[in-house]
Write a protein that binds this ligand. Structure first.
Ligand code: FAD
Length: 589
């Protein structure tokens, strides 16, 4: 029987014991975030996720969404669950109180999103995209746009959707063709076809607000000529009431590998009325302003599925009887021992657990910096945190989603053939999570962002190096921590050396950065997770007798001894460089 229960003990440990949320809540605007309030938020969102969303996870996957002549109907139960989400005020968790929001920290939102997406990723996409649209309008909308749209998106009464991709342009948005012609009254007529649009059409809300990338008539070619437009599905009158249907429609929906209960739509804009957001030809800048939150959010999709798959694998491994423990029967009265006794099954469960806990720490550490970058009253602190967010965002997006796939894959292996069939719920996790390394910018592109832009161009490596070097230097010689500090220091040295190599070689061979980016990204992420596990060990060591802390220390040790050594092979690949990647003549592939 598949299981799902959000790991609130770990959430509270990371928030309060590891990352000092008491101190964090002193940031301006977080005065209401007392421990009681945060615990209540986590308890209630846990209940909502496991009692309302999780029961629709499998049925939504099996039923999918229905398309009939432009109309999209979601799976049974989704509409009611969405109404309950709105009723509970969940979409407004981090929204600005001026727009009716609760002004909660990004750190809390990470945990909320982990829960809802772990319970039901297809469902989680609807409020996730709405939040993205809300953030873009709150940051880049005119006062009138904010007044008309922000509160409705904050509450979830209306939904949001992002329209970037076209048939001929995915990663390379500079190729996009959708046109925006000025109508002379301040609005624009938008014409073009967008594909792969998540939640582009559905029956959960009476209006959907599309953020559409398009070109003005005199726009420069390429990515410097892209503007961002706000296009509502149903036009909104000045008093906020709904008017006529706009010229936008859903042409079809995709049949796909996973997230079956979230429609992926072809959206046709046929002279739809839209309004410019931000500066003309600077649409990508406006869109990228919300990318930090969106990319972290997609990273959370990976974390969420990893947690769900791990829980399911553990539950099964405790029940399934096969073979005997190598050291002799553990359950002698039964025909065989549960498979959790087998070292190879333990290896898989420990890998799932260590990666999942590591991903959670990485996401929360980055979200903490995001809060500081937005809230701190000292400009210097905000800038330092902002650099750290810029550096870590592609790492969170790519590493967490890669781990989501890896952990879900292991989850199937733990169940053997029973993981491959549908009944036990494991195969759906792998199908659902497989999109996450692709959308919101593929992980290859995230890695190039890390290497090309954040390390080589903006020179942000120091934002990571400083806290890590400081931590190692402060605790060097602490014997109890040595088993955590020494592997951390060793992989940090490898990372520093890889950074030096990439810097030195990037001027020599144009392919160098691209050929090494994915390996560098993983080396970076594993070192960051090692830093956080070492900090967690520092917290847990004095409390080592309590079960939670014993398990935390055991998991940290597993990570240091059985996962972190991968950094040596990643470093070796980077030393080998672009040569072996580029050598093969294209004709010979
Ligand atoms: C289920 C689903 C939901 C989606 N939801 C949305 C949505 O809501 N809104 C939206 O606008 N889009 C959405 N997308 C589109 C998604 O963001 C794109 O699929 C993604 O950005 C990749 O673009 P592409 O598929 O055209 O691949 P391509 O850009 O053609 O890339 C193919 C491969 O080439 C690599 N590549 C491409 N360019 C480079 C380069 N310069 N350097 C190195 N490698 C490169 C890529 O990493 C990838 O491995 C969705 C897609 C799917 C499948």
């Amino acid at each position: 029987m598949p299981v799902f229960a959000p790991p609130i003990a770990d959430h509270l440990f990371i928030l309060y014991d590891l990352l000092d949320f008491e101190g964090h809540a002193k940031l301006p605007g977080f005065e209401h975030c007392s421990r009681d309030v945060i615990e209540a938020v986590l308890e209630q969102s846990s209940r909502f996720s496991s009692e309302v969303l999780y029961p629709l996870h499998r049925s939504g996957d099996e039923e999918g969404v229905h398309f009939d002549d432009g109309k999209v109907t979601t799976a049974k139960g989704f509409k009611d669950a969405y109404a309950r989400l709105v009723e509970g005020g969940w979409p407004a968790l981090t929204a600005d109180p001026d727009h009716g929001g609760q002004g909660m920290p990004h750190m809390v939102n990470v945990l909320f999103e982990e829960m809802i997406n772990g319970a039901n990723l297809s469902f989680g996409l609807f409020p996730g995209l709405t939040r993205g649209a809300y953030v873009a309008i709150a940051q880049h909308g005119t006062d009138a746009q904010k007044a008309l749209y922000a509160p409705k998106l904050a509450s979830g009464e209306w939904a949001g959707s992002m329209c970037l991709t076209e048939a001929h342009c995915g990663t390379d948005l500079g190729l996009l063709k959708t046109q925006a012609l000025p109508k002379g009254d301040g609005s624009y007529s938008i014409t073009g076809t967008k594909i792969f649009i998540s939640a582009g059409e559905h029956d959960l809300t009476e209006n959907i607000v599309y953020l559409v990338l398009a070109r003005l008539p005199d726009a420069p070619k390429g990515s410097k000529g892209i503007s961002l437009f706000l296009v509502p599905k149903v036009l909104v009158k000045d008093d906020g009431s709904l008017g006529a249907r706009n010229g936008v429609s859903c042409g079809s929906i995709e049949h796909k590998m996973g997230i079956h209960a979230c429609p992926t739509c072809v959206m046709n804009f046929d002279g739809a009325t839209g309004w410019l957001m931000g500066e003309p030809n600077h649409g990508l800048k406006a869109m990228f302003a919300m990318m930090n939150t969106e990319r972290i959010a997609v990273g959370i999709h990976g974390l969420a599925i990893a947690e769900a798959s791990y829980q399911n694998a553990v539950a099964y491994a405790r029940e399934r009887l096969q073979g005997r423990a190598p050291s002799g029967p553990r359950e002698a009265t039964k025909p065989a021992d549960p498979i959790i006794v087998h070292p190879d099954v333990r290896r898989m469960l420990m890998t799932q657990r260590a990666l999942t806990e590591g991903c959670r720490m990485l996401a929360l550490w980055t979200a903490q910096a995001l809060d500081v970058s937005e809230r701190h009253d000292d400009q210097g602190e905000r800038k330092t945190a902002d650099d750290m967010v810029a550096l870590m965002t592609p790492v969170v997006k790519a590493f967490l989603t890669d781990c989501g796939v890896e952990v879900a894959n292991l989850g199937i292996q733990v169940l053997g053939g029973h993981g491959f069939i549908r009944a036990n719920g494991q195969e759906q996790y792998l199908r659902d999570v497989r999109i996450t390394p692709i959308y919101e910018g593929t992980n290859g592109v995230q890695a190039m962002d890390l290497v090309g832009r954040k390390i080589l161009h903006l020179d942000l490596f120091g934002s990571f190096a400083k806290p890590v070097q400081g931590f190692i230097a402060r605790l060097e010689g602490d014997e109890r921590l040595a088993e955590f500090l020494e592997p951390l220091a060793a992989s940090y040295d490898l990372l520093e050396d890889a950074t030096r190599l990439i810097r030195e070689r990037s001027g020599l061979l144009p392919e160098e950065a691209g050929a090494n980016a994915v390996d560098y990204m993983r080396l970076f992420a594993l070192t960051a997770v090692a830093y956080l596990f070492a900090r967690a060990a520092q917290v847990s060591l004095p409390k080592g007798n309590a079960d939670f802390h014993r398990a935390k220390l055991t998991t940290a040790r597993y990570f240091m001894q059985r996962i972190l050594p991968d950094t040596a092979s990643l470093h070796a690949k980077i030393v080998a460089g672009a040569g072996p990647v580029m050598e093969m003549d294209e004709r010979l592939f």
